[in-house]
Design a protein around this ligand. Structure first.
Ligand code: SAM
Length: 225
């Protein structure tokens, strides 16, 4: 039996030809390897994701770069707005032992029942969602009591640094060319204000092709039990 199911698209980008082509190109881009970054992240992902169990919801899974790091006994649900990611995700799913279910939707309005998942995963997504605060409220809604949000995100550099000035200036360009990505988001503040019982994270500098996206946070936020 196939381990990958894909709900028919609810967002039809092909209605807008340029958006369709752009989204298709972005999906292809996400499927390309960035070896230096991936090698750097591998031990972090192995250690963070080894703790996962039960039903795991991944928001914005893109082309499926995280799939190889998941334990074999989970049930994976992916919520992705770009339907062109589906073929890449399906390829990555081949050979994995766990069940994967891809649904088209956004993190701001998760098509998932209240208190139904054990964990939510997000890597390099909170820079791109329209509304981070709404996304985090949705994450809290769908998590079971005591459930955890695992995140690896690129974030704003400290204020009054050259890198932060560059992030602020270039954010509109990055948003236009990088599928909505804002490099100057102080995501940790929004995580701390969202209403999780506990938020723990480390900061690190990742070897990104563009230094604008080097500052990262990696951590876990836990919903009250
Ligand atoms: C930079 S890519 C990261 C993909 C993957 N998580 C990774 O680590 O390579 C950002 C992803 O977030 C998705 N995305 C953008 N806006 C979103 C939203 N509002 N809700 C959920 N996913 C979103 C994009 O389609 C894309 O797959």
């Amino acid at each position: 039996m196939a381990n990958f199911t894909f709900q028919p698209t609810l967002i039809d980008y092909t209605q807008q030809r340029s958006a369709g082509l752009y989204k298709r190109f972005f999906a292809w881009m996400m499927a390309q390897n960035v070896p230096q970054y991936e090698a750097f992240m591998e031990p972090h992902k192995r250690s963070l994701f080894s703790q996962l169990h039960g039903t795991v919801l991944e928001i914005g899974p893109g082309a499926g770069v995280n799939l190889p790091f998941y334990p074999a006994d989970i049930h994976w649900i992916g919520i992705e707005p770009n339907p062109h990611m589906a073929p890449y995700l399906e390829q990555k799913a081949a050979g994995l032992a766990f069940q994967l279910e891809l649904r088209i939707g956004t993190a701001e309005q998760l098509p998932v029942a209240d208190a139904s998942v054990d964990a939510v995963v997000s890597t390099l997504v909170l820079c791109s969602v329209e509304d981070v605060a709404a996304t985090l409220q949705e994450v809290l809604r769908v998590l079971k009591p005591g459930g955890r949000f695992y995140f690896i995100e690129h974030v704003a550099a400290p204020q009054q640094t050259r890198l932060r000035t560059a992030q602020d200036w270039l954010s509109p360009v990055s948003q236009a060319l990088g599928d909505g990505c804002r490099p100057n988001r102080e995501t940790w503040t929004l995580l701390e204000q969202a209403g999780f019982e506990r938020v723990e994270y480390d900061r690190l500098q990742a070897p990104m092709p563009l230094p604008l996206a080097s500052p990262h946070i990696i951590g876990i936020a836990q919903k009250a039990a």
